[in-house]
Design a protein around this ligand. Sequence first.
Ligand code: AMP
Length: 145
Amino acid sequence: MSLHGDYDPQNIFAQIIRGEAPCYKLYEDDDVLAFLDLFPQALGHTLVIPKRAAARNILEIDAQALAKVMAATQLLARVLVDELQPDGVQVAQFNGGPAGQTVFHLHMHVIPRFAGQGLGIHAANKADPAELEALQARLVKRLAG
Ligand code: AMP
């Protein structure tokens, strides 16, 4: 898909926002939703998305909504670092197919990085549901504390 085009309300993240598709939710407020990536590139790979903006990418979202996504991205990065104690944390965002985007609802990737461990292949290996559930419980507890 190209950088330009119409927002598809049937994309998987729009379905998750509407509650029509499941997710391992970590955080939600009026404007933002954060959940675990189903195909994590590292332990704790998290996605942060705007709930109200029908924006395919960073070019289409208004600055105020983007600021809310970024504030939540920082919150999730802190929680992931506190709970998982990685050696680094990567924040990434792709716009358009050639840039690596596969889901066309704006999202931030927050990926804990561990020394000596390369980044897994993008959107390739589905995580074990039991592991995602256990991780979700740890992170939700950390967020609450
Ligand atoms: P991007 O390539 O930047 O558009 O990233 C899309 C991300 O969404 C990839 O990391 C996928 O693994 C992830 N993903 C796709 N479907 C789902 C889903 N149903 N729940 C959680 N993550 C998903």
